[in-house]
Design a protein around this ligand. Structure first.
Ligand SMILES: *[C@@H]1O[C@H](CO)[C@@H](O)[C@H](O)[C@H]1NC(C)=O
Ligand SMILES: *[C@@H]1O[C@H](CO)[C@@H](O)[C@H](O)[C@H]1NC(C)=O
Ligand SMILES: *[C@@H]1O[C@H](CO)[C@@H](O)[C@H](O)[C@H]1NC(C)=O
Ligand SMILES: [Fe+2]
Length: 478
């Protein structure tokens, strides 16, 4: 009898040890579904007479000022702004002190109509040949209506350059959007990776669509005029509105938000890449064709081949639709893109894929489903070569939160919470980056989910061995 129960006990211990081993092998910790509930602002757009939308004083004063990276390397910006009354000038005066704006750059002006709405004069000016790591002051507009801003250029491309990115998605223009933006601006982030769905102006009709793009431009200016926002397009940018006679996709977005797509040899402003500090950032369009042989597919294949992890260790992908999402909202919408691109993300060891679209926060473990095909059995397994997938669609737009998660939480899901907020990715060097998700907690910014991201290329053992071998060879040869 005694012997039997001892045996049983031993057996149980072995079984327990095996269980722990298996769970470690597959997904590490069990996932967390945060049940945090907070009194929140109602999900309604701020009224047009709110101060955040104020029109700058003076005749034809530039408004909706924003900048984005203007080249492949971080030595250029595109400055954009709108003048409401007449075309005015396309000139940007700039320099390294706010006393003298010693240089000038000339841009272009465009305008468009949307239903009966006529846009203001939209100016875009490429300002190039900038020095790295330098604060520039710039001035646009003329006379009493001139306005001044500044921005800081990034460090030169270097594998150990440290840099702090902010990540914001699905922002909109509600009181929650304002809270997110204000919290982000206190985070020390140097550049925003924007995950699509900017203004939600398409929730309006007729002339109000254009007016809400204008108000959003004035709202985002407080950050976007001073640091680059790296744009990607969401479904709310499509604006296919046949009942108003508007059938040209992305019309407002493309007129207003330029991207440096030619610098990465892309044929469309909707997908492109930039390199900044130690990061190579790839922007994809979930609402353009991407299946095999399409331009986006060809371009991505070429671009992944251009990534040099010796120069830019961090490989980051931005797209609007999440590939891994356990929310009831938009469930499985990313599967078509997953079937085309996921195997590349694993092959090229992408560090992290950021998406928006779902109005909640979710982070996955390193996982993939590529060892099984999508049309067949769909198995998701732990995969050390795969990216981490993070959904940050919780900027705060008027559609409100996506509060219903699938139950039970899938094994691939590490953390999920339906609250508003933003993320930051603070790259330290070629091996380490600190990641935070910050919830908007009634006026406070609260770091709620955090982890250390180890680089997929430099953080791996085989790479270190290779480096050691290389150093040994150099020593032997000397
Ligand atoms: C753009 O502005 C010009 C000059 O004011 C005007 O003549 C033209 O009609 C405008 N075009 C559109 C598409 O609004
Ligand atoms: C995909 O999965 C199905 C069903 O499991 C299988 O019959 C088929 O051979 C698989 N195709 C590929 C290309 O692996
Ligand atoms: C990289 O940064 C991490 C985190 O700050 C630090 O622990 C590590 O020592 C750094 N590596 C090098 C080579 O400096
Ligand atoms: Fe969306």
């Amino acid at each position: 009898m005694l012997g039997n129960s001892k045996l049983e006990c031993l057996f149980l211990r072995i079984a327990l040890a095996l269980c722990i081993l298996i769970s470690c092998l597959s997904f590490g910790n069990a996932g967390i579904t945060s049940t945090f509930i907070r009194s929140e602002w109602p999900s309604i757009d701020m009224p047009l007479d709110n101060d955040v939308f104020a029109i700058p004083k003076g005749h034809n004063a530039p408004q909706q000022v924003h900048i984005t990276q203007g080249d492949y390397e971080g030595k250029a910006v595109i400055v954009s702004w709108v003048t409401p009354d007449d075309p005015g000038h396309n000139t940007v005066h700039y320099g390294t002190s706010d006393e003298s704006y010693e240089f000038t750059a000339e841009g272009t002006v465009t305008n468009y109509t949307f239903y009966k709405y006529k846009s203001g004069y939209i100016h875009h000016c490429h300002v190039g040949d900038l020095k790295y790591n330098t604060k520039y002051y710039y001035k646009i507009g003329s006379g009493d209506s001139a306005r001044k801003f500044w921005f800081q250029t990034p460090p030169k491309i270097d594998p150990d350059a440290s840099y702090k990115f902010g990540i914001i998605g699905d922002l909109g223009q509600t009181f929650n959007s304002l809270s997110t933006l204000q919290h982000y601006m206190k985070s020390g982030g140097q550049t925003v990776l924007f995950l699509g769905d900017l203004s939600y102006a398409d929730r309006y009709q007729f002339n109000d669509v254009g007016l809400r793009w204008d108000s959003w431009g004035r709202f985002a200016e407080k950050s976007a005029a001073y640091q680059p926002w790296i744009w990607s397009a969401g479904n709310h940018e499509i604006e296919y509105m046949p009942y108003m006679g508007e059938v040209e996709p992305f019309k407002s977005y493309i007129h207003r938000y330029l991207t440096p797509y030619l610098a990465s040899k892309s044929s469309s402003p909707l997908w492109y890449a930039i390199r900044r500090a130690s990061a190579h950032i790839i922007v994809l369009s979930a609402y353009s064709t991407f299946v095999k042989y399409t331009p986006q597919w060809h371009w991505l294949r070429e671009e992944l081949g251009r990534v040099d992890r010796e120069k830019t260790p961090w490989l980051i992908v931005l797209m609007h639709v999440p590939i891994y999402n356990s929310n009831e909202a938009h469930f499985q919408e990313g599967e078509s893109m997953q079937s085309v691109f996921e195997s590349w993300f694993v092959k090229y060891r992408v560090d992290v894929v950021f998406a928006g679209h779902v109005h909640a926060y979710e982070r996955s473990y390193r996982i993939s489903s590529i060892h099984y095909n999508v049309s067949g059995d769909h198995h998701t397994i732990a995969d050390k070569s795969a990216p981490v997938y993070i959904t940050v669609g919780d900027g705060g737009n008027q559609e409100g939160l996506a509060g219903r998660f699938k139950d039970p939480q899938p094994e691939y899901s590490a953390f999920r919470e339906a609250s508003y907020g933003h993320s930051t990715l603070e790259i330290k060097n070629r091996t380490h980056a600190f990641y935070h998700w910050n919830r908007n907690d009634d006026g406070k910014k609260v770091a709620t989910d955090e982890f250390i991201l180890h680089n997929q290329y430099w953080g791996r053992n085989h790479r270190r061995r290779k480096l050691k071998k290389h150093i040994q060879m150099v020593i032997d040869e000397a």
